[in-house]
Design a protein around this ligand. Structure first.
Ligand code: ZN
Length: 303
C-alpha cells in the first residue's frame, strides 16, 4: 500500500530539482531524478495492489451476501432445515370415516389437513358439524378446498371448462367457509404456489385462473392407495412407512424435505383399517427427524 500520495512524491522531486539550481550541486539533481521515478512508480504499483485488495475483499462479501439471501428465503418460507416434514392429507370428506381419522390424529397428537367437498357437506346429515369440527380444530387440523362438486367425477369435462371449474372452487370456498386459499384439484396432482405452476395440459387453464385469483393448489407425493373393489387401503402400515422413509432418503418429492401424503377419510371407516392408520402414524412418530404439519406450512405458498 502507498504510504504517501503521488502529489507528495512530485512535490519532493520538484523541490530537489530546484535546489541544485540554488546550491549548484549536480549530485543532488541525480538524486531528484531517482526520487521522482521511484516515487511515481511505487504509487502506481500501490494503486494496482489497492485494486487487487478491493477485488479480494469483494469476492467473499458476495459469497456472504448469497448465503444470507438463502437464509432469508428459508426464514420467509418457514423451513426447518433440520427436520423432514410430513403433511398427512385426507380427501373427499365429510364422509363416513372423517370422524375416525380426526379422532386417531387427535389421540396421537399429530397435525393433518382435510380437503373437503362442498356438496358432501350439504348432502350428509352431520356434514356441517364435521366440517366445522375440522375448521375449528386449527392449528392441529386445517380445512381446505377440494371443489364443490368434485367434478361429478367427470374430470375431462370439468377441466375443459376452466371458468366453470373456477366458479365451482369459489362456491366450495364460500359454502365450506374455508379460511385459507388452498385447494386440491379433484383427480389431479397439479401444484400452484407463488412461483411454481406444475400442471398437465388438461388442468392448465384452471390452474392459471386459480393462481391469478390468489389460490395455492396442492398436489401430493405419495398416496395410500385403496382398492376400488373393496374401498379398503392397499398398502399395510409398515409398507407405507417404508415408502415414506424411501421418499425422504431419495428426496423424491415436489418440495425437498416436505412430503405430502394423500389418503381418503372413507377408506378407514372399518375398525381394522382405522387401527392401520394409527399404526402408520405410530411408526412415523418413532423417527425423531419427522414432524407433522398442516399444508398451510408448505414453503412458497401465497398468503
Ligand atoms: Zn378427491
Amino acid at each position: 500500500m502507498c504510504k504517501y500520495p503521488q502529489s507528495v512524491c512530485i512535490f519532493i522531486a520538484v523541490i530537489l530539482f530546484v535546489m541544485p539550481a540554488i546550491i549548484k550541486k549536480r549530485k543532488l539533481l541525480l538524486l531528484a531524478s531517482v526520487c521522482f521515478l521511484a516515487g511515481f512508480g511505487s504509487c502506481n504499483q500501490a494503486s494496482s495492489t489497492n485494486q487487487q485488495t478491493k477485488d479480494s475483499v469483494n469476492k467473499p462479501a458476495l459469497k456472504l451476501l448469497g448465503s444470507s439471501e438463502n437464509e432469508s428465503v428459508a426464514f420467509k418460507q418457514n423451513i426447518d432445515t433440520t427436520k423432514s416434514t410430513i403433511y398427512l392429507t385426507f380427501d373427499d370428506g365429510p364422509q363416513k370415516g372423517t370422524i375416525g381419522c380426526y379422532n386417531t390424529c387427535k389421540t396421537l397428537g399429530i397435525k393433518a389437513s382435510f380437503f373437503m367437498v362442498g356438496l358432501h357437506q350439504n348432502i350428509k346429515s352431520d356434514g356441517k358439524q364435521l366440517v366445522s369440527m375440522i375448521r375449528n380444530g386449527y392449528p392441529e387440523f386445517l380445512l381446505t378446498n377440494h371443489s364443490y362438486t368434485h367434478a361429478k367425477d367427470k374430470y375431462k369435462d370439468f377441466y375443459h371448462h376452466p371458468q366453470a371449474a373456477l366458479i365451482d372452487f369459489l362456491s366450495a370456498q364460500d359454502s365450506l367457509k374455508v379460511a385459507k386459499k388452498i385447494v386440491r384439484l379433484p383427480g389431479n396432482r397439479a401444484w400452484v404456489r407463488a412461483n411454481d405452476i406444475t400442471s398437465s395440459h388438461l388442468v392448465s387453464g384452471v390452474a392459471h385462473l386459480l393462481d391469478s385469483s390468489g389460490y395455492n393448489v396442492i398436489g401430493w407425493d405419495l398416496e395410500w392407495n385403496f382398492s376400488h373393489k373393496t374401498g379398503r387401503p392397499i398398502q399395510t402400515a409398515e409398507k407405507l412407512a417404508a415408502q415414506v422413509d424411501s421418499a425422504f432418503a431419495h428426496q423424491n418429492m415436489h418440495i425437498r424435505k416436505h412430503l405430502v401424503i394423500l389418503t381418503h377419510d372413507r377408506i378407514f371407516q372399518r375398525p381394522a383399517d382405522s387401527l392401520s392408520l394409527a399404526k402408520f402414524i405410530g411408526l412415523l412418530k418413532t423417527n425423531p427427524n419427522y414432524v407433522f404439519e398442516t399444508v398451510d406450512h408448505l414453503p412458497g405458498l401465497k398468503n
